[in-house]
Design a binder for this molecule. Sequence first.
Ligand code: CUA
Length: 194
Amino acid sequence: MAEITNPPAPLPDGAVPEHEVARTERHWFVIMATMLAIMMAVIVVTGITHALNPPSNVETIDPTTLHLGGEFAESNLGTAAEPDGSVTVRIVAQQYGFVPDCAQVPVDTPIKFRLTSADVIHGFLLPSTNVNTMVMPGFVAEVRTRFTRPGIYNMPCHEFCGEGHHGMWARVSVIDKDKFPKLAAAERTSCAKH
Ligand code: CUA
């Protein structure tokens, strides 16, 4: 039988011995440090391999006069082909929708999305791509991407913007490269025919 020497004074009810507290703290520290290391690694790996990085475009615009003219006037929204073969898509986000609510773009082409908000902060996300940005009133958000496959990409607003946030969706329809130039300007901002 082991001899008990110098028995510790009994702790008050509910108190945890010091060495157990220290051990628990060490465990949590290791768990937190591991989580941090994993998250940092994910950021670095996706940043390098998927071109996922925070949009760094700083460009201001007056949100109260968007509709009066300039780049984000209604007639200028949607998809526009650029002389260099790239495509620019201009979209206004507002409670609770995107204007236009669908844009057609060609596959395998440099695409530049330019967005701004007419009211509050919205979000713009294309799942499975590197497109993910906040859309803030007063600023133009710019994201560049290239779609490798045709198809419909849903773009949910992912920034809580009010009661109708959950219903704020739009779509990007990626179509064959040779079909794109044949579309009339009006069809590029509507996906009715596809
Ligand atoms: Cu717009 Cu959420």
